[in-house]
Design a protein around this ligand. Structure first.
Ligand code: FAQ
Length: 328
């Protein structure tokens, strides 16, 4: 246990001190695989990194409801509609757990939401692409949730306890999401030629954006080295992207559809697939707010927030009434 020096450090943190001794003791806790909890002393940069990552993650879950919500009223059967509805509701739940985890770091939910609504905060690039056909719902579940799981399973071992624990449940639900997406793809690929063509078209449009979800190449990932030293991240962006490609190409083979990448080839020596270069200009454009749907996503989120104001006000009034009754 390396908590001894940190009790004093906790007091010093309140006073604003961050000495080399405190940083060393903190790193020892991390290296010993101890979980850091909300009330423990932590370097300010560790706290800020977590607030950044967890809030971006929460925003992604919330904005991520939109592309799939677009198909709720047009799902091809009652069964598909019920499953999709449950999945979209799960994403809302993930957003809420994550906002709660970020709140333990001293940032208010109101501030995080305000930053999302104003366009100041980032969310995953993937949710700025349109869902043009029903096959896109299959591709999102298969690829986007597949990529999310690959990235998030290691986050269950993240050094910050509240984030790590939230991810356990999130990952269980994401696994169901991935399977429902793959199941849609299986149905389409076993269907008519037209349905299979829809599945191929969805794969063509979602493959590269899914690879971009893992973030910039390691050489350009400004936060990776520190986040890995703090065991917030357990694998680099490129390592996770490679794992995803290796797991997903055989699934496309099973479906009988092909990745839109002429350079994709299995390398027997390394045991991995090598793949083509990602269009990093497209990635940067989307992250900068100029993707196909960025504006629409924020407009819809703002409208939903404004339309829901009366619900928040009613809940607040009810809570105040209950508190007044309890006090009386
Ligand atoms: N999009 O130095 P790095 C889901 C930013 S949830 C936009 O490598 P880091 C569930 C990055 O923030 C999907 N921005 O950063 C679902 C940073 O900007 P900043 C979300 C990106 O943090 C499924 C800058 O680039 N998952 O899919 C992206 O070490 C279906 C430099 O990058 C998470 O958030 C991007 N793709 O690594 C929901 C998981 N990539 O802040 C609905 C948690 C990078 O300096 C339907 N997050 N940037 O201005 C992480 O694991 C990490 O934050 C990474 C980025 C890996 C995303």
């Amino acid at each position: 246990m390396y908590t001894q020096g940190l009790d004093q450090a906790g007091k010093d943190q309140e006073a604003g001190a961050e000495t080399p001794e405190h940083l060393e003791a903190f790193q020892k806790r991390i290296d010993a695989e101890e979980k850091i909890e909300a009330k423990d002393w932590m370097p300010e940069a560790y706290r800020r990194t977590l607030v950044r990552q967890i809030s971006q993650h929460a925003h992604s879950e919330i904005i991520g409801m939109q592309p799939e919500g677009n198909w709720l009223t047009r799902a091809p059967s009652l069964k598909r509609k019920v499953i999709l509805l449950a999945k979209v509701q799960d994403e809302a739940g993930h957003g809420l757990y994550l906002y709660s985890a970020a709140e333990t770091l001293g940032v208010s939910r109101g501030q995080m939401v305000a930053d999302l609504l104003s366009g100041k905060a980032k969310y995953s690039s993937i949710f700025n692409y349109p869902t043009l056909t029903w096959a896109d719902i299959g591709a999102i579940g298969w690829l986007v949730d597949g990529a999310a799981i690959m990235n998030q399973i290691p986050l269950c071992r993240c050094s910050y306890g509240p984030y790590a624990r939230a991810m356990v449940r999130v990952c269980k639900e994401e696994s169901f999401h991935q399977r429902q997406g793959f199941d849609i793809m299986v149905s389409l690929c076993r269907g008519t030629a037209e349905q299979k063509a829809m599945a191929q078209d969805a794969l063509n449009r979602w493959w590269w954006p899914s690879l971009m979800m893992f973030g910039p190449n390691d050489a350009n990932s400004k936060h990776s080295a520190q986040s890995m030293a703090w065991k917030i991240k357990r694998f680099s962006n490129d390592e996770l992207r490679q794992k995803f490609v290796d797991a997903t190409v055989p699934q496309a083979d099973f479906l009988g559809i092909t990745m839109p990448d002429d350079a994709l080839v299995f390398d027997k020596d390394s045991g991995h697939y090598s793949f083509g270069e990602i269009d990093w200009q497209e990635f940067m454009d989307v992250v900068a707010g100029n993707g196909p749907c960025n504006r629409q996503r924020l407009e819809k989120r703002n409208k939903a927030h404004n339309d829901g104001a009366w619900v928040r006000e009613a809940a607040q009034a009810y809570a105040e009434k209950q508190a007044a009754c309890a006090a009386a």
